[in-house]
Design a protein around this ligand. Structure first.
Ligand code: NAD
Length: 481
């Protein structure tokens, strides 16, 4: 006898668990299928983001930043610190504690909202009358006996997995993906990173701050292609100053893995062959959607040529009442985009007219300085032939930034030349991840640059730089530069 639900969500990452909770809040009978196990063998909710992604990386970024500040910046504040030493085991334990608090928090929210956690991996096994049949299996749950459930609506939220580099096997000992790169038990003397994307730069920063000599090999000839050019240049300058070695236009010819390290053979463009010897190698060359074993053919669904589940703007697949959200569908692989899609789908199932403005989803790279943006950049606007005005303000002229010792970077506001509507905001600075939220809100409400300039901002605060950049983009002009 199978159990029947209004909604079954497959996957309990930020897209799936949020969709499940929202659907339950709206009065539906909801189950969420999740079979993730952590290295200790314990089943956990939260998916990649909470277990081996956003949350643990931010814990290590904070710890490693504190370590570097104590060693290099406290002196400027008149604070002498002798004998700063690293206890990596303690740092990793703290990270694990943060992760556990978050994943247990979702278990609590599921109980509170009466969402049933179906432990195991889910796959479609059929479709009858008005319901989809899903099998949930885990070798250690129910004595290995698969469970069958029926659902009127199914939300696929199975996320993504690291993209493999052909011929390079990830063992998470010498060659690591995000999982191994977050779990190292000693600081490698030399760390190689393939791919200067979000993961490569964030985790490269962690291990550099803790003492590793980090070399990043990036295939593209442009650093952070897709990011605003001014921001890109500023970030490049800062990362190089910090000692992060980044090689662009790198073509990987092969990787040899030994007991204690790896040798990467590569060339820069068509140049001479080179080698990079490293104790650990991180491969971070993008992620691919996770549809393994999902049984899509049982419900007449197929992935597209890039492996994504095709959906429309409302995350509807071509199978009635089957929805897909997050990394497994088109659009940026960002946890908050998945969350927004989860809410939209749950509300649409409940009959509401929810929708998402995909043009106002912010991006953040948690390096130091952080990089954040929302909307379009100058290159994109020029390509579109859109007339725009740009206003920029440096943190070196912001009192709060100077006082706190975080005066690197700037805010740039781009606004329509005729209407003054904000079209994009680009920030490179400490706390850019927080500052971008105001810009996102402004764009969501289709604010003009003048609107931001006329809003009272606390003084002294980093947020004043956004106001000044907005003023600089209008005829009113910046007041402090
Ligand atoms: P990414 O797409 O950000 O970067 C991958 C990089 O690897 C690119 O610069 C690409 O040009 C390069 N590359 C690809 N093949 C290569 C090769 N053969 N040799 C050298 N370089 C190569 O991917 P990622 O950093 O792996 O992150 C994966 C996804 O996870 C991204 O979509 C990202 O949005 C998401 N993520 C987001 C955050 C965040 O929001 N802060 C953090 C981590 C991950």
């Amino acid at each position: 006898m199978s159990q029947a639900y209004d909604v079954v969500v497959i996957g309990a990452g930020p897209g799936g668990y949020i969709a499940a909770i929202r659907a339950a809040q709206l009065g539906m009978r909801v189950a969420c299928v999740e079979g993730w196990r952590n290295p200790d063998g314990e089943l956990a909710l939260g998916g990649t983001c909470l277990n081996v992604g956003c949350i643990p990386s931010k814990a290590l970024l904070a710890s490693s930043e504190n370590f570097e500040l104590a060693r290099e910046s406290f002196d400027a504040h008149g604070i002498g610190v002798d004998g700063v030493r690293l206890d990596l085991a303690k740092m990793q334990k703290r990270k694990a504690g943060v992760v556990q608090k978050m994943t247990k928090g979702i278990e609590f929210l599921f109980r509170k909202n009466k969402v049933t956690w179906l432990k195991g991996f889910g796959c479609f096994v059929g479709h009858e009358d008005d319901a989809y049949r899903i099998e949930v299996a885990d070798d250690e749950v129910n004595g290995g006996q698969a469970q069958l459930v029926d659902a009127k609506h199914v939300i696929i939220a199975t996320g993504s997995k690291p993209r493999a580099l052909p011929g390079v096997d990830v063992d998470n000992r010498v060659v690591c993906d995000n999982v191994g790169a977050l779990a190292m038990t000693e600081v490698p003397k030399r760390l190689g990173v393939i791919g200067a994307g979000v993961i490569g730069l964030e985790l490269g920063s962690v291990w550099r701050r803790l003492g590793a000599e980090v070399t990043v090999l990036e295939a593209l000839p442009t650093f952070l292609a897709g990011v605003d050019e001014g921001v890109r240049k500023e970030a490049w300058k800062r990362f190089r100053e910090q000692g992060l070695r980044i090689e662009l236009d790198a073509r990987i010819a092969g990787v040899e893995v030994g007991a204690d390290g790896a040798r990467v053979r590569y060339s820069i463009g068509d140049g001479e062959p080179q080698v990079l010897d490293c104790d650990r190698l991180v491969v971070s060359v993008g992620r691919v959607p996770n549809t393994d074993g999902l049984g899509l053919d049982a419900v007449d669904l197929a992935v597209d040529e890039r492996g994504f589940v095709p959906v429309d703007e409302y995350c509807r697949t071509s199978a009635p009442n089957v929805w897909a959200i997050g990394d497994v569908v088109r659009g940026p692989m960002l946890a908050h985009k998945a969350e927004d899609e989860g809410v939209m789908v749950a509300e649409r199932i409940a009959g509401q007219d929810a929708r998402i403005d995909y043009g106002t989803i912010p991006w953040v790279i948690y390096t130091s300085p952080e990089i954040a943006w929302v909307g379009r950049n100058e290159e994109q606007l020029k390509k579109e032939g859109r007339a725009f005005k740009a206003g920029q303000f440096p943190f070196s002229a912001n009192g709060r930034a100077l006082g706190s010792g975080h005066s690197a970077g700037f805010v740039k506001v781009l606004a329509d030349a005729a209407t003054d509507e904000v079209l994009g905001v680009h920030i490179v600075s400490a706390a850019a991840s927080e500052l971008i939220a105001e810009a996102t809100l402004a764009m969501e409400f289709r604010a003009s640059a003048e609107d931001i300039g006329r809003v009272s901002h606390p003084h002294p605060s980093m947020s004043e730089a956004l106001r000044e950049a907005a003023l600089a983009a209008t005829d009113r002009r910046s007041l402090n530069s």
